[in-house]
Design a protein around this ligand. Structure first.
Ligand SMILES: NC(=O)c1ccc[n+]([C@@H]2O[C@H](COP(=O)([O-])OP(=O)(O)OC[C@H]3O[C@@H](n4cnc5c(N)ncnc54)[C@H](OP(=O)(O)O)[C@@H]3O)[C@@H](O)[C@H]2O)c1
Length: 418
């Protein structure tokens, strides 16, 4: 199978590719990639992605041999792809995986629309050209796999439905959710009106691996845990709210099974913990107990986090932001501006914690059981061990351990953690 893949320098897509190289007997990849802000070119970036992959040397060499890099620029027509290469893509591609997106929560709408909406529109143009070409040649249809997010549904007062072929998002939590909702609506319309072969994946929050607890980037719950540990988050709210976090290796296993299995070609698959989501106070209590017992930074006393009503929490956050803003205005000390920026960034995450977010997942779970070798997402309480046995609360412990290592680096007070 020949795949055109976006998002290979991200967190999730490389793990899907690690899986595909094992599951597809004859995979070939075109990777859409761009240079980075540090001046690293596409070749160098790809080499570091492959180096970091959880594959043995032979598999890595095999992947490199089967890969072709396609430099892209989303601002340009046809993604800025060289015309000859673009024609080659139309001629050869069987499947597109569109996993690239700007996942920051604090970006202005006009800026984030390009990587999240316009990028998807341009990927669809390529998919459409491939579809037409294959029709002319009498070949099997191509499939587009698009990674959306459960959070595209925005604010919901009741459980977020699996309403495919419908989609009725609530008010978006941030510009990320808004643009992901726009892109999903666009793609969904192509399924509904044109019967296109498109599969939309909707993960909830993607956490570290169920096997190791590790993630390539420390986001969301790791940031909150670290802030809590360091005493920078004396208050939290909405103790009963559930966090729906799914391990990245489970997400990658489901997506790669669907892609390599080549049997499900249309629909929406929600990748969520559903009723197994974990309440925030449970997460807090377990983390507090673990860190107290295994203090990763010697001498550091972990302040207890106090839970307050949501309106008090939001008021305190706003008051603190306004205070730092005023301090910056009076002193022009850049530290205060940085603090305002930090709070604004965290505010993007607050809806995930303070808002009611419960995802229905029973329909998707049936499809996952039918089309993949994966069961339910191992949630925060459970992981599967090497022999496939469910271990209660295993994932937790691994996350604490892995974030402890990060804490050591973060505080520059390294101590090997046992
Ligand atoms: N992580 C989660 O918790 C989560 C949950 C639900 C859904 N998702 C979805 O899963 C997908 C992968 O997420 P992730 O966590 O792996 O994201 P990530 O680590 O931030 O990676 C994003 C990828 O998109 C690429 N990208 C962004 N803007 C681009 C642009 N303008 N041109 C070219 N490439 C661009 C990045 O390339 P550069 O390295 O060049 O910037 C990178 O490869 C996304 O669609 C996201 O919306 C993620």
């Amino acid at each position: 199978m020949k795949y055109f893949v976006t998002g290979i320098t991200g967190t999730v897509v490389p793990i899907i590719v690690e899986n595909l190289i094992k599951k597809d007997p004859d995979p070939h990849f075109y990777f859409a990639i761009r240079g980075d802000a540090k001046g690293n070119g596409i070749q160098k970036r790809f080499e570091s992605v492959v180096k970091a992959m959880d594959l043995d040397q032979i598999a890595k060499e095999n992947l490199v041999r089967r890969s072709r890099l396609v430099e892209i620029d989303v601002d340009e027509d046809n993604l800025g792809i060289n015309p000859e290469v673009y024609s080659e893509l139309i001629e050869n591609t069987d499947k597109i995986l569109h996993g690239a997106a700007d996942v920051r929560f604090d970006q202005p709408y006009d800026k984030i629309r390009m990587p999240n909406v316009v990028f998807t529109l341009k990927i669809y143009d390529l998919f459409n050209a491939i579809t037409q070409r294959r029709r002319q040649k009498g070949l099997r249809k191509a499939t587009l796999y698009y990674i959306s997010t459960g959070y595209a549904y925005g604010q919901y007062k009741k459980p977020i439905p699996e309403d495919f072929p419908e989609f009725h998002p609530g008010t978006p939590d941030n510009t990320y959710a808004r643009t992901k909702a726009e892109a999903k609506a666009f793609v969904l319309d192509k399924i509904n009106r044109l019967n296109d072969q498109i599969v939309i994946f909707e993960p909830s929050i993607i956490g570290g691996s169920a096997k190791t607890g590790k993630t390539r980037t420390y986001n969301l719950h790791y940031v909150v845990m670290m802030l809590g540990y360091l005493g920078k988050l004396p208050f939290l709210t909405s103790a009963d709210n559930r966090l729906d976090i799914v391990p990245v290796d489970w997400v990658a296993a489901v997506i790669s099974d669907i892609m390599a299995g080549d049997a499900l070609h249309q629909g929406v698959l929600r990748l969520a913990a559903g009723p197994n989501g974990i309440p925030i106070n449970y997460l807090h209590d377990e983390g507090f107990e673990f860190y107290t017992k295994n203090n990763p930074v010697p001498g550091h006393v972990i302040p207890k986090i106090r839970f307050v009503p949501r309106y008090v929490f939001n008021f305190m956050v706003q008051a603190q932001k306004n205070f730092y803003r005023a301090m910056y205005f009076c002193t022009r000390n850049p530290r205060f501006r940085k603090l305002v920026k930090g709070i604004s960034l965290l505010e993007g995450y607050f809806p995930y914690i303070t808002g009611y977010k419960v995802f229905e997942n029973s329909k998707s779970q049936k499809l996952i059981e039918k089309y993949t070798s994966c069961g339910e997402a191992p949630t925060l309480q459970d992981v599967f061990d090497e022999s496939g046995k469910r271990v209660k609360r295993g994932y937790y412990k691994k996350i604490w351990l892995s974030s402890s290592v990060k804490l050591n680096i973060f505080t520059q007070n390294p101590r090997p953690f046992t």
